[in-house]
Design a binder for this molecule. Structure first.
Ligand SMILES: [Zn+2]
Length: 217
C-alpha cells in the first residue's frame, strides 16, 4: 500500500502538479489535461468507466470553487455528453455546447473566461460522426429563425467537403472541427497570446458514435 502511495506521489510530482485522478485541480498543463482526457475516454469506451466524483463529498469540495482541467467546445447532441465520454465527474470540465459546436461571441467569451479566470490551458473542439447540424447544412434546405445562423457558420466546412474525396458528411464534420480550431487559435488577445506563450493549446477531436472513441486530430 505504502509502495503504491509512494508511486502515486512520484507520478504526481512528475506531472508537476497536484492532479487528482480526474484532473480537476489547478496547475494542469495542456499536455497533462490531454493525457487525462485520452485516459478517461479509454475507460469510457472500454466499459471501465469509474465516475466517482459526483457525490456529496465532491460537491462539498467544490464549494471552495472550480478548477477544471480542460475546456470542451462540443456539439449539443445528446449522444455526446463530454463528462460521460471522458469519464469525468463534477468540476473537471468547463463545457460549452452548441449545435455543430459553432462558436459565436458568447461561446468565445466563455472559452476566454475559463482561460483567463480559471487558468484552464487546454481547449478541445469536439465534433462527432453523423452530426445533424452538419447534415442539415449539407441538405441546404431553408431553415427557420436562428437555426440559420448555425447553418451559415458550418457552410464553409461543407463547401470545402464538396471538393474533397471520400465521405461528404465525415469530411464536413472534420472540416468544421478544424475550422473552429483555427478560429479559436486566431482569436485575440487571450487565446492567441496564450498559445504564443506556450500556455494554451487548442486541439480538435471527433467522437465516434458506435465505438465511443474520441479521435484527436
Ligand atoms: Zn452534432
Amino acid at each position: 500500500m505504502l509502495k503504491k502511495f509512494s508511486l502515486f506521489v512520484v507520478a504526481m510530482m512528475l506531472l508537476g502538479s497536484t492532479v487528482s485522478a480526474h484532473g480537476s485541480e489547478t496547475g494542469v498543463t495542456a499536455d497533462d489535461a490531454l493525457k487525462m482526457l485520452i485516459a478517461g475516454n479509454q475507460r469510457y469506451y472500454s466499459g471501465l468507466h469509474e465516475i466517482v466524483d459526483i457525490g456529496q463529498g465532491r460537491r462539498n469540495e467544490l464549494l471552495k470553487g472550480q478548477h477544471p482541467s480542460a475546456i470542451i467546445v462540443s456539439c449539443s447532441d445528446s449522444r455526446v455528453p463530454p463528462e460521460l465520454i471522458f469519464d469525468n465527474g463534477l468540476g473537471a470540465l468547463f463545457v460549452i455546447r452548441t449545435a455543430g459546436e459553432v462558436v459565436d461571441d458568447e461561446a468565445l467569451g466563455s472559452v476566454e473566461y475559463a482561460i483567463e479566470h480559471l487558468g484552464v490551458k487546454l481547449v478541445v473542439v469536439l465534433g462527432h460522426e453523423d452530426c445533424g447540424a452538419v447534415k442539415a447544412t449539407i441538405a441546404g434546405e431553408k431553415v427557420p429563425s436562428h437555426i440559420s445562423a448555425i447553418a451559415k457558420a458550418i457552410a464553409p466546412a461543407v463547401d470545402k467537403a464538396k471538393t474533397q474525396q471520400g465521405d461528404l458528411v465525415a469530411n464536413a464534420v472534420n472540416n468544421n472541427v478544424d475550422m473552429i480550431v483555427s478560429k479559436l487559435k486566431a482569436s485575440e488577445p487571450i487565446i492567441k497570446e496564450g498559445i504564443a506563450r506556450d500556455h494554451v493549446k487548442v486541439v480538435g477531436a471527433v467522437y465516434h458514435l458506435e465505438t465511443g472513441k474520441v479521435v484527436f486530430r
